[in-house]
Design a protein around this ligand. Structure first.
Ligand SMILES: Cc1cc2nc3c(=O)[nH]c(=O)nc-3n(C[C@H](O)[C@H](O)[C@H](O)COP(=O)(O)O)c2cc1C
Length: 349
């Protein structure tokens, strides 16, 4: 599949997830295979243009993650165009625009999903960006703002005309947030109508569902919460799509994933080779506060990762009470690695 001049080796994509899909997580998922594209957490266009360190950090990526899409949010056409240029300057393959975030803090600034309420303005934003950069500009939207404004079909057409190279639709409205289920009929209808690639997002928790959704006529499938629960899900979907038996994941492997994630987080920005990381800010990070940050990251991931595992709630509670990296190691070792010859029922075949 191609998005503009960018070729994706697989149609399965790690969805953007604020607070979750950091570079370390994306690298690990990518290493397990099946992943055609990763999307960063959403990054503020304002922060990018003003060169705010924290914002620039969200936009960092490493070479092994390619192709990489950096998702930005904002509502001002000029600023979004300037932010797209920063993204291009960082060497990213794609710049994606968030038109799906329902959080009032974002939506009230005429950004995120509130752009869906002003399709003309949304198209102006995309047009300004497409003129400002050579890399593909893509859009991720919802089905609409609410039930009376399910306008993804019209908006998708408008952003296509304005120069978007691909569109992703999460088939829920902003008002729905995560309730109900994603409307994949709407997504496949848009895929049928547009000439650019249309990707779908929503409710793929098992690898079979990903492959099934691909058959609805979309060019690709973004997987969000399913990847947080099972980082092998894209590899398993790729196996299924190729007619192979999906790989099994043992408890030991699941434990090792967490240990590797801890290691990568601890090492972010520390003694890295020249060229390893694409960054517009400082190359090295302060060690101060690092341990607390890693613990919080593990807590956030384990809230999802523990779902569907026997005694997962115990893992969650224990990780939530951990106060050091050593404690995290002990918990993971005890939960996953001691006597872990079992294949996890939820992910076994
Ligand atoms: C914790 C979390 C954070 C998210 N952050 C973003 C984001 O920054 N940008 C975005 O476009 N979508 C974001 N989403 C939406 C997902 O990309 C995806 O479209 C949605 O979760 C539906 O897919 P799923 O059922 O596979 O999770 C987020 C979802 C979750 C669960």
């Amino acid at each position: 599949m191609n998005i503009g001049n960018v070729t994706l080796a697989s149609p399965f994509v790690v969805a953007p997830m604020a607070g979750m899909t950091d570079s370390a997580f994306r690298r690990l998922v990518k290493r397990h295979g099946g992943c055609g594209l990763v999307v960063t957490e959403m990054v503020s266009s304002e922060g990018l243009v003003r060169g705010i360190d924290r914002t620039l950090e969200y936009a960092e990526y490493t070479e092994e993650e390619r192709p990489v899409s950096i998702q930005i949010f904002g509502g001002d056409p000029e600023k979004m165009a300037a932010a797209a240029q920063v993204v291009e300057g960082l060497g990213a393959d794609i710049v994606d625009v968030n038109m799906g975030c329902p959080v009032p803090k974002i939506a009230k600034h005429n950004a995120g999903c509130s752009l869906m309420r002003e399709p003309g303005h949304a198209a102006t934003v995309i047009n300004a960006m497409a003129k400002a950069v050579k890399i593909p500009v893509t859009v991720k939207m919802r089905a609409g703002w609410n039930d009376t404004l399910r306008n993804a079909p019209e908006l998708a057409q408008r952003v296509q005309d304005a120069g978007a190279a691909a569109v992703t639709i999460h088939g829920r409205t902003a008002e729905q947030s995560y309730s109900g289920s994603a409307d994949w009929d709407l997504v496949s209808g848009v895929a049928h109508d547009l000439s650019i690639p249309v990707l779908g997002s929503g409710d793929c928790i098992e690898p079979e569902q990903i492959v099934e959704r691909l058959r609805c006529g979309v060019s690709g499938v973004l997987v969000g919460r399913g990847v947080l629960r099972n980082p092998w899900i894209l590899a398993q979907a790729a196996d299924l799509a190729a007619g192979r038996t999906p790989r099994e994941v043992t408890l030991r492997e699941r434990g090792e994933f967490l240990l590797e994630y801890i290691d990568l987080l601890l090492g972010e920005g520390v003694n890295e080779d020249e060229g390893f990381r694409h960054t517009a800010g400082a190359q090295t990070r302060e060690a101060r506060g690092r341990e607390r940050w890693v613990i919080n990251k593990l807590r956030a991931l384990c809230a999802w990762y523990s779902k569907g595992i026997d005694h997962g709630s115990q893992l969650r509670v224990r990780v939530n009470s951990a106060s050091s990296i050593q404690e995290l190691h002990d918990i993971v070792n005890e939960f996953f690695l001691v006597c872990s010859i079992t294949v996890l029922p939820a992910f076994s075949r």
